[in-house]
Design a protein around this ligand. Structure first.
Ligand code: DHB
Length: 515
């Protein structure tokens, strides 16, 4: 596809093919196969720079792709920026995924940096519930740039002098000639891991420091990035990586950037009702069934108590439960976020904002408000109920857990029990528990305490993002903080889904943690 062929096929058993050639030999990165390009590219603050870089067009990162179009990556290496030569031979490597909605991404036709495409066609009725078609209002958009309003980090990373790798990935809409879904869970994480292994196996050929791989992604891509960071070298992916013909190398990464990660899917319905359960939905303007909401909320309370997470270092909070979580969110995230936002306004802008938002008290240059005031301000929930495992199997996540020719399946006991599609079984299929582990960073962090996880974490979320509960990102941050990792976590005031308000700070953070 697209002129990409492999010189040989491995049978991928034991890292060698039938003639004894190692998988790594078959995946050699051809250093000379690039075009040198000079473009004007904006840095993270929007300033244009003249950037000369080597662009390595799409090549497969596995020897046995089930889809040679999507399982490819492109590499961009800076050579000269504003006339000054750049030596990227030991630079951090930014692995920028363009995943959204657990849909496929492709770089097969990319001719330069930042052209990864998110393929939103074929979502059919299985869009994430409440997600507007065509990507308005902070939803998803197909095409270059991937997610509406989302800064493409590949370009500013290149302008900062980093090596940029953009992987294509299989996604939930893909079917083969027999109608079988081959891009559903765990394909996206298998592909990202295979890309990391390819980079590591290409040490010395792909320029950059393979011990300083930094992953980025937003929403489903943020979830995948967090999962990549949490699951470094976990053995549970081994059969999948072997089958794909991934390189024989570590898939651990150094640092993880995750914007509004849509993760911990099997617990997200409860968290969603706990957080947004009393708000009317965007689609109908009506409040959801409060008895279902109550049942789901109590599942969240039980789950949260069992996590035994403590508030972030310096937050002054001990164990976080459903009882004190609103205080934790208010004190550690929401009020500081509003304070920062208001402090940056001019006095008259601030006055106008405060006059329109009387739920906020501004005193001694600090914003205070109640949880109820904050909720009324957000006003609406994006999703219907349950938000992720829909009773009628209509959520995008139902498709993400599809298998074979079954497009959508339940992945929680509660929704399987309450199924409305006429399924004979009221339970999840027997492979689901393992699939959930393969897809959930919390498993690797809390159950495995994975020593090969990434130790540096950048997590961001908009305070008006109702694509998932605020607790999902906060729990991820606590999980890594409580393990002793370095976490930079903040919420953007009044910002919706998939926003990135401080890409320049992220680029600087990469320099700091990798330096
Ligand atoms: C995305 C958004 C969702 O609401 C969801 O359930 C899954 C993914 C996204 O924007 O990637």
């Amino acid at each position: 596809v697209g002129g990409i062929t492999l010189t040989a096929q491995a049978d991928n058993t034991g890292g060698t093919d039938s003639k004894g050639a190692s998988v790594n030999d078959l995946l050699v990165f051809d250093q000379d196969d690039f075009t040198e390009k000079t473009e004007s590219i904006a840095d993270a603050s929007g300033t244009e720079h003249s950037v000369t870089y080597r662009f390595y067009k799409a090549r497969n990162y596995v020897t046995n792709p089930s889809d040679s179009d999507h399982q490819t990556l492109v590499v961009s290496v800076p050579v000269k920026i504003d006339g000054t030569a750049v030596d990227a031979s030991n630079a951090p490597i930014v692995l920028a995924n363009a995943v959204g909605a657990y849909m496929p991404t492709s770089v097969a036709e990319a001719t330069g940096v930042g052209q990864a495409k998110l393929e939103m066609t074929g979502m059919g009725g299985a869009m994430p519930s409440g997600m507007p078609p065509g990507g308005t209002g902070g939803g998803m958009a197909g095409g270059t740039g991937a997610i509406n309003g989302m800064v493409n980090l590949a370009k500013p990373a290149l302008v900062a002098g980093y090596v940029v790798v953009e992987p294509g990935t299989r996604g939930r809409s893909l079917t083969d000639s027999s109608g079988s879904y081959y891009g559903t869970a765990p394909a996206v994480i298998v592909d990202l891991k295979a890309a990391v292994r390819y980079i590591r196996a290409s040490k010395g050929r792909i320029p950059g420091n393979v011990e300083r791989i930094v992953s980025t992604g937003t929403s489903a891509g943020g979830a995948s990035s967090a999962l990549l960071g949490a699951s470094g070298d976990s053995e549970i992916y081994e059969p999948y990586l072997r089958e794909a013909g991934a390189a024989d190398a570590s898939d651990a990464i150094f640092a993880t950037g995750a914007w509004c990660p849509i993760t911990d899917l099997e617990h997200a319905d409860g968290a969603y009702e706990w957080n947004w359960g009393t708000l009317p939905t965007q689609t109908t303007g009506k409040t959801v069934d409060q008895s279902v909401s109550k049942e789901l909320r109590s599942q969240f309370a039980e789950y949260q108590a069992g996590l035994k997470l403590r508030g972030l270092k310096g937050s002054g909070f001990g164990k976080i439960t459903a009882r004190n979580y609103t205080d934790y969110l208010l004190e550690h995230y929401l009020r500081p976020s509003a304070t920062k936002y208001l402090a940056a306004l001019s006095a008259s802008e601030r006055e106008t904002y405060l006059a329109r938002n009387t739920f906020i008290t501004w005193k001694n240059n600090r914003a205070t408000f109640t949880w109820e005031g904050y909720l009324a301000h957000v006003a609406q929930r994006k999703k219907t109920q349950p938000a992720f495992d829909a009773f009628d199997l209509s959520a995008g996540e139902n498709n993400e857990f599809g298998k074979g020719t079954t497009k959508a399946r339940h992945f929680t006991a509660y929704s399987a029990k309450n199924d409305t599609t006429g399924l004979s079984s009221k339970r999840v299929d027997s492979d689901i528990p393992e699939k959930l582990k393969l897809m959930n960073p919390m498993f690797h962090l809390l159950e495995e305490r994975n020593p090969n996880r990434s130790k540096h974490w950048w997590v961001r979320l908009g305070t008006s993002d109702t694509d998932t509960a605020l607790t999902v990102a906060a729990n991820l941050a606590m999980a890594v903080d409580n393990l002793g990792d370095d976490v930079d976590h903040a919420y953007y005031w009044d910002k919706g889904h998939a926003t990135n308000e401080d890409p320049g700070d992220f680029i600087k953070w990469v320099a700091k943690v990798t330096g």
